[in-house]
Design a protein. Structure first.
Length: 218
């Protein structure tokens, strides 16, 4: 299963430099906390819907590079925490969808809404396990899918296992990819050339989406 190559490589340099600064100022323990916190809020608090590149593959790839270049960072501790943060983030999204989103839609949703809910339930009954796993590698889907799975009342134990596998493959896989890519000079030099443009672009895109949502709501 492959992550979006552009998302991994292009914003890496800006994140790499920023994470290095955090490491020098705050030390390894706060470095872990920042990375793990961003991974968690990316799905658990829906931050990834606005700045998916900062809380997604790019962050993990850059963190892996930092771990490879610093003797203060233990990659085993890093990937273990990333896995737990990613797992808990999706669990929170699922619980929000199931215990808050679904009751709200059941009470206030019309006929069309109820029809969509039934279709969602059928989808997650048939394809939900793979949908949760695959969504990990898609910037916006990883934020939305756990909530929708909760709304669609996907079997909890199926979600639990698919969330476990997805967090394992994505969280540990992408971080270790960055860790081992640090031994290939071309990976770093190629990413540095255009990284700043793409990381700024992702933040601008997120800001524009937020402003557009505010205009529609007003």
């Amino acid at each position: 299963m492959k992550a979006n190559v552009g998302e991994i490589l292009l914003p890496q340099a800006a994140l790499d430099g920023q994470l290095n600064n955090w490491l020098e100022v705050f030390g390894p323990f706060l470095f872990y906390a920042i990375v793990w916190g961003l991974v968690f809020v990316g799905t658990g608090l829906f931050v990834g819907a606005f700045v998916p590149f900062v809380t997604g593959d790019s962050l993990l790839f850059a963190a892996g590079l930092i771990a490879a270049s610093s003797s203060n960072i233990n990659v085993a501790i890093l990937v273990g925490g990333v896995f737990i943060a990613a797992f808990l983030g999706d669990q929170v999204g699922f619980i929000i969808g199931r215990h808050y989103g679904r009751p709200y839609l059941d009470k206030r949703g019309g006929r069309k809404t109820q029809l969509m809910i039934r279709k969602t339930e059928n989808f997650y009954l048939k394809y939900g396990w793979w949908a949760v796993v695959v969504a990990r590698f898609m910037p916006w889907a990883r934020v939305i899918i756990p909530v929708v799975a909760g709304v669609g009342r996907m079997n909890y134990y199926k979600f639990l296992t698919s969330n476990f596998v997805g967090a394992l493959a994505w969280g540990i896989g992408i971080t270790l990819t960055g860790f081992y890519a640090a031994t290939i000079p071309a990976v770093k030099s190629g990413a540095y050339a255009i990284a700043a443009f793409f990381i700024i672009g992702s933040i601008v895109a997120g800001t524009r989406t937020w402003l557009a949502d505010r205009k529609v709501s007003n």
